[in-house]
Structures are given as structure tokens and as C-alpha cells.
Design a protein around this ligand. Structure first.
Ligand code: PLP
Length: 316
């Protein structure tokens, strides 16, 4: 098997991120709940995409790219962090975003304005239209350009969360469960593969915040990342659990998710977001109330960020 160090990597974040016990929420839920603070990754307002971008932008640089494209919705945290990372790496980012969600100059749109990022909206629901637009803009620029998929979720980006699992293996305590949000799949696939490699006995639970076929997506990304690493492991659906926490739709706040955002704010003074981490933490609360965790077990929730979008959505 290759080592993660064998892959080129741009240092963009502040790692390792801390792990903290949530004392009040642990009391409330009757199990030991810890937070992996990937909202403090040290770039932009923090978030999970920094780990993926360290691998992706290193690959872009190695290929001689000076222009980086990526995509997502109007309030994509991933797109905003890609622009932040590209700026720090001395590259130019152009965001080709779906004209979906809040396009006004608030939330991540405001942050992109502050960075001087070029944003181009395409009125489509089909990513093929988006990637075509990137090629059109890329060819017209005359620069070497590099396309990063939605959420940075390809095999290389997934390595960022394989590495996060390795990081967790070096931190205390030992965890019986890891819970995270699943939006484009790379985070969950990386943690599930990483747990197989570095955290035997840890169960990984993905909380789906969109309606894509995540069973297929997660397995495909795990396999592709394992191939990149030349890791001789067989991956299967038994390697992870999935729970549907999407509610009324992607990026539409749910009552259960909003309640979880409020719970974390009130009890711990930490802010989740209504699109990803709030819905995912609601999934953890639901599991705890259903008795899925023993009182002496340690449960790690990945706080994957999302602060940029928090101020763009109205929460009742
Ligand atoms: C993108 C994102 C996720 C989901 O990660 P994926 O790798 O896309 O599944 C979770 N939380 C936040 C805040 C995100 O921006």
C-alpha cells in the first residue's frame, strides 16, 4: 500500500484539528459525545473541504494549472473554500455555480466578493452543462486549467478524509462511532475507508442531506480511493451505515435539523449550519434517543463547517 505522504499535498489548513467532549450534550443524551472540530481547519471560515483541497490543488499545481474551476449551488461552502485555497496557492479560481439557492450578496457569495472571486451562474440542474461551460471558459483563457468536481468528491479528494481517520487514530479517546454529514460523498467515503485502515472497531454513520444514491456513491469513492492507495482491502456496504436526514430537500432547513442547531448553540456555544451539520447532528440525536449508543461508548461527530452559509438562510 502507498502512504498518504506519497501524494503531493499543499499545506492549506491547521492540522490536527482538536477533539472536544461535549459535556452538556453527553449528559443529555446519556452517552459520550465528542466533536471533531473540522470547522476549525484554518482556511476561510473552516470546513471539511480544506482537507480535500490540499490533495486536489497539489495535483493541479503539479499539472501546471494556473486556473481552477469548481461548482456547486450558489451558497456552496466547497466553492468558497476552493476560491480561498486557490488564492493562497497563487492560482485563480473561477466558480461556475448552479443558479440555485440564495444568489444575493450574502453568506458565501459575500465572502467570494471579498476575495474578488469570479463567479459565473449557469441556469441548469445538469452538471454536464456546468463542465461544458468550464471547458469553454478554460479554453478561451489560454491557461492550463483544472476542474474540481462538486464537493471535491473524487478519489483524490477522498484521500483527505482517509487522512482525517488516520489523524483521529492518533487522538484520544478511542471511538466506537463516527457520525458525519453526507452531501457529495467524499467525506463519508474517506472516513469509512480510513476507519477500515486505521480505526478497526469504529463504525461510521453517514447522515444523508441530499437525495442522491449514496450507497452506490460511497462505495464507488471508497473503491477508487483504495485503488489510488493500492490498498488491498475489499470494501462493501457492510462498511458503513446511512440514514436519510434530508427532510424537505437539499439546502432546505428541516425542523429536526434546526432544533439540533439550537441545541448545540444553547448547550455548547458552538454553531452548526442548517444545510449539513445541523441535519447530521439531528441524526446523531435521533440515534441516541433510539438507544443506538451504550452509556460508556464514545461517539465522535464530525463538525464539517458550514459557517459561510449560516447567514444566507432564514431560520425560524
Ligand atoms: C460539503 C459539506 C459537507 C458534506 O461533505 P461531502 O464530502 O460533500 O459529502 C458537510 N458539511 C459541510 C459544512 C459541507 O460544506
Amino acid at each position: 500500500m502507498k502512504r498518504l505522504e506519497d501524494f503531493p499535498r499543499l499545506p492549506l489548513g491547521a492540522f490536527p484539528t482538536p477533539i472536544q467532549r461535549l459535556n452538556n450534550i453527553s449528559d443529555l443524551l446519556g452517552t459520550n459525545v465528542y466533536l471533531k472540530r473540522d470547522d476549525l481547519t484554518g482556511l476561510g471560515l473552516g470546513g471539511n473541504k480544506t482537507r480535500k483541497l490540499e490533495f486536489l490543488l497539489a495535483d493541479a499545481r503539479q499539472k501546471g494549472a494556473t486556473l481552477v474551476f469548481t461548482t456547486g449551488g450558489a451558497q456552496s461552502n466547497h466553492a468558497m473554500l476552493t476560491a480561498a485555497a486557490a488564492g493562497r496557492a497563487g492560482m485563480r479560481a473561477v466558480l461556475v455555480l448552479k443558479k440555485r439557492g440564495v444568489t444575493a450578496c450574502v453568506g458565501n457569495q459575500l465572502l467570494e466578493k471579498l476575495m474578488g472571486t469570479q463567479v459565473c451562474f449557469v441556469d441548469t440542474d445538469d452538471y454536464q452543462d456546468i463542465y461544458r461551460k468550464m471547458d469553454e471558459l478554460g479554453k478561451a483563457s489560454g491557461e492550463v486549467y483544472y476542474k474540481i468536481p462538486c464537493g471535491g468528491s473524487n478519489a483524490l479528494g477522498t484521500l483527505g478524509y482517509v487522512d482525517c481517520a488516520r489523524e483521529i487514530a492518533h487522538q484520544a479517546p478511542r471511538f466506537h462511532h463516527i457520525v458525519c454529514a453526507e452531501g457529495s460523498g467524499g467525506t463519508m467515503a474517506g472516513l469509512a475507508l480510513g476507519a477500515k485502515l486505521f480505526l478497526p472497531g469504529t463504525r461510521v454513520h453517514g447522515m444523508m442531506v441530499d437525495t442522491d444514491p449514496f450507497d452506490v456513491i460511497t462505495l464507488a469513492l471508497m473503491r477508487q480511493a483504495a485503488d489510488l492507495l493500492e490498498a488491498h482491502v475489499t470494501v462493501g456496504p457492510e462498511d458503513f451505515d446511512l440514514t436519510d436526514m434530508c427532510g424537505p430537500g437539499y439546502a432546505i432547513p428541516s425542523e429536526e435539523g434546526n432544533a439540533a442547531v439550537r441545541l448545540m448553540a444553547e448547550k455548547e456555544g458552538i454553531f452548526l449550519d442548517p444545510v449539513y451539520t445541523g441535519k447530521a447532528f439531528a441524526g446523531l440525536v435521533r440515534m441516541a434517543r433510539q438507544g443506538a449508543f451504550a452509556p460508556d461508548e464514545n461517539v465522535l461527530f464530525l463538525h464539517s463547517g458550514g459557517a459561510g452559509g449560516l447567514f444566507a438562510l432564514e431560520m425560524k
